[in-house]
Write a protein that binds this ligand. Structure first.
Ligand code: TXA
Ligand code: MG
Length: 355
């Protein structure tokens, strides 16, 4: 089914606070000109404390069909009830996200996931080894899942993960249902690793954000397709090496840079405002250096060359470069093993041609 048909069937907005046009205005951004952004009304975005009361309020917003930013161990997610088409449509509108790009559903644990998808033996082994954690599995969607069709953007597979963060877990257990959540940034922009990033991008477009401090991992989850031979669709918080070891070495590398099997793999993504030059071993005039290791840099991902520390700092420092008004950004070489693969993937997208 075409997503536009689903939106038309829903008759959005009709009294709802989020105005999702059936024919969205074409939004021409210098960084992501291909995106369409729907018109939205401004609403008040509340910052909620990460205590029991704040989480109860956040769960109530989700029950009412609203949108809530919340921390996970990777990045902040923008959550909606995954069974509510209208709420899920509001995610696409708030982010300006292309409607063909499906969402990850977050669950409390494997039991909940098994009611939504079919687990192959390989998928089960991965979930048992890495959940809760920074691993998303793409699995055949069960016919009786109850997941809103907009979540999968027309695919017959579902991306699902159990996050390893006390606030995300508390929210999932209070809400007692699956939460669809992309990263809580405007589409094509840098993922948020603190609540202030969420507010900077989405204030007035979402109902609330739960402030749970900084995310520990700092890059998004690793995505593995398990609809057939396990395939790495996106490098992320769990290193490829650990996944391959769990699978006895049977792991195919998915296409880098984007096909329809991995619709989120858009080439230009995770973009700061300034241009980005990779593998820089010198600094040219007018450039600001984002360093790695023992270099003299304006900002350094990890002076001690620690890839875990670098992943944690990556998005926050790209946000800082935006705040500094950096026009030309040079980035030191980052080794490509372990979390370095995810860091380099995000940096390549940040550096990709914008139009
Ligand atoms: O760490 C994360 O994964 C964060 C936190 C919030 O959980 N979420 C996140 O979501 O990064 P998002 O929407 O920014 O990226 C989800 C990726 C997209 O590239 C999307 O195309 C892909 O997952 N995806 C979702 N469903 C898919 C499916 N059925 N098949 C292939 N790719 C899928
Ligand atoms: Mg994202």
């Amino acid at each position: 089914m075409e997503i536009s048909d689903t939106w038309a069937r829903l008759g959005i907005p009709n009294g709802h606070r989020y105005e999702v046009c059936n024919k969205p205005q074409t939004y021409r951004s210098p960084t992501a000109p291909q995106l369409e952004r729907s018109v939205m009304t401004q609403i008040e975005t509340n910052t909620l404390a990460s205590d029991r009361d704040g989480i109860a309020r956040a769960a109530n917003v989700l029950r009412a069909g609203g949108l809530v930013g919340f921390p996970t161990e990777t990045v902040y997610g923008l959550g909606a009830d995954a069974r509510n088409d209208r709420a899920v449509a509001a995610i696409f509108a708030a982010k300006g996200r292309p409607s063909f790009n499906p969402l990850i559903v977050h669950v409390a644990d494997l039991n909940v996931a098994e009611a939504l998808c079919d687990f192959s033996p390989e998928a089960l082994a991965l979930a048992q080894a890495f959940w809760p954690g920074a691993l998303t599995l793409v699995l055949p969607l069960r016919a009786d899942s109850g997941i809103a069709p907009l979540v999968t953007a027309g695919l017959d597979t579902l991306a699902v993960r159990a996050p390893d963060h006390p606030i995300a877990q508390a929210l999932l257990r209070d809400f007692d249902g699956p939460i669809a959540a992309p990263s809580a940034n405007l589409s094509g922009r840098i993922s948020p690793t603190v609540a202030a990033h969420v507010i900077a991008g989405l204030n007035g477009r979402i109902d609330a954000v739960v402030d749970g401090g900084a995310c520990g991992v700092g890059v998004e989850s690793t995505i593995v397709g398990c609809d057939g031979t396990p395939t790495l669709l996106r490098a992320g918080g769990v290193p490829r090496e650990a996944i391959a070891a769990c699978l006895g070495g049977v792991l195919i590398d998915g296409p880098v840079g984007g096909t329809l099997t991995a619709p989120g793999q858009m080439v230009s993504h995770y973009a700061p405002q300034g241009s980005v030059r990779l593998n820089a071993t010198n600094v040219e005039q007018g450039e600001v250096l984002l360093g790695f290791g023992h270099v003299d840099a304006a900002l350094n991902l990890s002076p001690s060359s620690d890839l875990v520390e670098a992943a944690t700092n990556l998005f926050a420092m790209l946000h800082q470069l935006d705040a500094m008004g950096a026009v030309r950004i040079a980035v030191s070489p980052v080794p490509d093993h372990g979390l370095g693969a995810a860091i380099n993937d995000r940096l390549r997208r940040a550096a990709a041609p914008r139009d």
